[in-house]
Design a protein around this ligand. Structure first.
Ligand code: SF4
Length: 233
């Protein structure tokens, strides 16, 4: 029994969190990063009282076998919690595929869970320069991120990279640099996510976010670098 993993929320049915699969999503507590565009700030601390209990979620999964294909571990940053491998093992034993959403903050923990994961959605926050990455995450974990990306590439697992395009932090020129770097490393699938201004952001509007994608020429340039490239709005 996995009693100790701390859950901050659950989505019982999703068609968008694991490509081409019907999935349940479990949002785990804990994230050491402080991205200004975070939509899940309530998940950043660990140990907050919650009505979402892991064992209740497992009971729910027992009733959805044959209806759902997969379970996605999301966050927060799922690699924070030491109980993640055991939780994944428990879900695998129920017959579900496993998806993982991560920014790669903790490669030693990623190494433990990679054999248990079937698909990974890997968040790329900024160009791979410490000052640029740290400006987004408000921490200094770029070397861990790079190690994690290498681990995923070496694992041969199905995965995608994705980036939230916050115009306060990134420009289209940055995205081109990031795309070229990722493609050179061997990444095949890259997705851009439009930034929807969070409550605390009084400086950016929806139209700033739309304008980010107004010039199609840089997007055309990127498209040819990947087998799959798309903008999620
Ligand atoms: S990594 Fe994700 S959960 Fe953590 S602060 Fe950034 S956006 Fe929020």
């Amino acid at each position: 029994m996995t009693e100790s993993i701390l859950v901050g929320g659950v989505e019982t049915f999703s068609t968008v969190d694991y490509p081409e699969h019907l999935a349940a999503v479990v949002f785990l507590q804990g994230c050491p990063w402080r991205c200004p565009f975070c939509y899940n700030t309530a998940l950043q601390p660990v140990g907050v009282p919650t009505n979402f209990l892991w064992n209740k979620f497992v009971e729910f999964l027992q009733t959805r076998r044959g209806i759902l294909d997969a379970v996605v571990f999301s966050g927060g940053e799922p690699l924070v919690q030491n109980a993640l491998p055991e939780a994944m093992r428990q879900v695998r034993e129920l017959g579900y595929k496993i998806g993982l959403h991560t920014g790669g903050y903790r490669p030693e923990q990623l190494k433990k869970v990679l054999p248990l994961a079937d698909w990974i959605g890997f968040d790329i926050k900024a160009p791979f320069a410490a000052d640029r990455y740290d400006r987004v995450t408000k921490t200094s974990h770029l070397s861990q991120v790079l190690q994690s990306l290498d681990l995923i590439l070496a694992s041969g697992k199905d995965f995608e990279c994705r980036t939230t395009c916050d115009p306060r932090l990134l420009s289209p020129a940055d995205i081109v640099i990031m795309a070229e770097t990722l493609a050179a490393k061997g990444v095949k699938k890259y997705f851009l996510q439009k930034y929807r201004p969070v409550e605390s952001d009084k400086t950016t509007t929806e139209s700033d976010s739309d304008n980010f994608f107004a010039d199609l020429s840089w997007q055309e340039k990127i498209k040819g670098l990947f087998s799959q490239f798309e903008i999620r709005r």
